[in-house]
Design a protein around this ligand. Structure first.
Ligand SMILES: [Zn+2]
Length: 181
């Protein structure tokens, strides 16, 4: 098995700007997945403890059906730079940052958003594509489809898929808004 990430939880959440109460709500999960050459990998993903079970379920399915995933590496390895992580086709969750181009905190800030294979599932806004090497081709392996098993499982668990958005299409992005208690 190829080990993509083997950090301590403390290393994965060493974000000096993030409030302690958010850091305290996070957990680092070890996940396994096959890559595009059908080699088994182990990576890590940092999420809100509240949605831990959902993410475990999704990665169990990803492994079971051999949905190819390039890598799952906590984004501190990319110095919290989402563009660098996307360019590397990396899948990740927690990153204390605003939604690109805004001052509003992204649900990634709370570990409640997960990005998968950004190159196969890029983010389209106006005439821009992120990452610039990305291309959404529904028949290509590793592509997320509205009627596909990954999107179906996420949405059945109450998550939103960025591929369902109208004004921008964020095909790699899933999020579960904070529930009102
Ligand atoms: Zn995202």
């Amino acid at each position: 098995m190829i080990i993509d990430a083997n950090f301590t939880h403390e290393e994965c959440i060493a974000h000096f700007k993030c409030p302690t109460e958010i850091l305290d709500s996070l957990v680092t999960l070890n996940v396994q997945y096959y890559d595009f050459e059908e080699q088994l990998h182990q990576g890590q993903i940092v999420v809100d403890k509240d949605i831990e079970e959902d993410v475990i379920q999704v990665f169990s399915l990803i492994k079971e059906i051999k949905f190819p995933v390039h890598s799952v590496i906590p984004i501190q390895v990319f110095s919290w730079d989402d563009d660098a992580s996307m360019l590397a086709n990396n899948s990740s969750a927690f990153n204390y940052r605003p939604i690109a181009g805004t001052n509003t905190l992204s649900l990634h800030s709370f570990g409640r958003a997960v990005d998968i294979n950004p190159v196969q599932n890029p983010w389209y806004i106006r005439d821009e594509i992120h990452p610039p090497t990305g291309k959404y081709e529904p028949k290509a392996p590793g592509t997320l489809l509205k009627d596909g098993p990954i999107v179906q499982l996420f949405t059945s668990l109450g998550w939103e898929w960025g591929g369902d958005w109208i004004s921008i299409k964020d095909y790699h992005h899933f999020q579960k808004p904070l529930q009102k208690k």
